[in-house]
Design a protein around this ligand. Structure first.
Ligand code: SF4
Length: 368
């Protein structure tokens, strides 16, 4: 019989498994708490349950190991990058997550896939191709291993690491349920943001799912759209999936998301000097910001070690962060948006020196 991965189960699903084993339902809460609050990594250390149940668990489940291979520390920023290894079907995979500590916040940037097949032109993960979806357990274990390694309890969780969360939807949703479950870490959903390049039917589905009574722990999860251009033509040239997921349709979905959840939207906007910073771009962003309550995060373009196609190739040469951040046009752009009462922030470039900033995560595909 094939053993099942015990970390992958939400509390509700674990309760069903425990009932099938002929045990009382409350045992699921004890097991869940040991795994997700106390980071138990063997059946024998789950102290609250009897030996007979431990034996049943061993016969039916396994607890996987997410191996932490390496931690890179930024010299310039209070940022750490974590390189993890997991084994599956005799193959080994490696992937990354990031912990950013700044302004009193400790934010873990979580990965949902190893690689990504969306292939955004500005993103190192997109350039490495797709290897695999991470399971719900592999997603939440990143958080537990970072806590265990650093002793730091995260104040915020952002699903902005490797991969497109909405292309691993079922595991994303289970991971959110596990992380917000009071028997586990009990993270407040107000502290969680999921970022997507925009898949039309997925945004409304996500709105329905997080606002359902069954998922009430998720109702304040925020959504970030990787926008980067309000011109669909330019967007198509840098985000290939935007050919099928056009901006007018995505905007309709965002309106639906806001009406359903009441949660405001964040627009992520990488600043490409001379490409997406015209007066028309500003006008369209101002109009968009009035569609539903929102804020815009402006992100300097962080160079990646891959050859880029037009129209972004010219932006990949500037490796000096000070020069990137002292760009007069960047500040003019931000000021113009502010003058128009747009809530706008310049996103940090924390971790750029260890390739841990936005868009820079990438590893070799697989190891054998
Ligand atoms: S930006 Fe996101 S969706 Fe685009 S390639 Fe990178 S990981 Fe994938």
């Amino acid at each position: 019989m094939q053993l099942k991965n015990l970390i992958n189960f939400t509390l509700r699903d674990l309760e069903n498994e425990i009932i099938i084993l002929g045990e009382p339902k409350y045992r699921a809460g004890q097991i869940f708490s040991s795994l997700h609050k106390k980071n138990a990594r063997s059946f024998d250390v789950i102290s609250a349950i009897p030996v007979s149940l431990k034996e049943k668990l061993k016969e039916n489940f396994f607890i996987p190991e997410l191996k932490l291979l390496e931690v890179s520390d930024s010299v310039k920023f209070n940022t750490k990058k974590f390189l993890f290894e997991l084994s599956e079907n005799k193959r080994k995979y490696v992937f990354e997550s990031v912990l950013i500590s700044e302004n009193g916040r400790n934010t873990i940037c979580i990965s949902t896939q190893i690689g990504c097949n969306v292939g955004c032109e500005f993103c190192a993960t997109g350039k490495m191709g797709f290897s695999k979806n991470l399971s719900a357990g592999e997603i939440v274990q990143q958080v537990y291993e970072i806590i265990s390694n650093t002793g730091i309890i995260p104040t915020n969780l952002v699903f902005m690491g490797m991969g497109e969360p909405f292309l691993n939807y079922a595991n994303l949703l289970d991971a959110l349920k596990i992380l917000t479950e009071p028997y586990g870490l009990g993270v407040s959903s107000k502290k969680i943001t999921v970022s997507t390049v925009g898949f039309t039917e997925k945004i409304s589905k996500f709105a329905d799912d997080i606002s359902s009574e069954e998922n009430r722990n998720l109702r304040n999860v925020k959504l970030a759209l990787s926008l980067h251009s309000t011109d669909n033509g330019l967007r198509e040239s840098i985000i290939p999936t935007s050919v099928r997921n056009r901006l007018p349709d995505i905007y309709n979905e965002l309106v639906y998301f806001y009406r359903k959840t009441g949660n405001k939207i964040t627009y992520e906007y990488i600043f490409f000097n001379g490409l997406n910073d015209s007066e028309n771009d500003i006008k369209r962003l101002v109009k968009l910001s009035r569609m539903v309550p929102s804020n815009i995060n402006i992100i300097p373009f962080h160079p990646i070690d891959f050859k880029l196609n037009k129209p972004l190739d010219i932006f990949n040469k500037e490796k000096d962060l000070n020069k990137l951040l002292s760009n007069k046009n960047l500040f003019h752009f931000i000021e113009k948006l502010k003058e128009n009462k747009v809530t706008v922030n310049l996103r940090s470039s924390s971790g750029v020196d260890i390739n841990a900033a936005c868009g820079q995560l990438a590893v070799k595909k697989t190891q054998s």
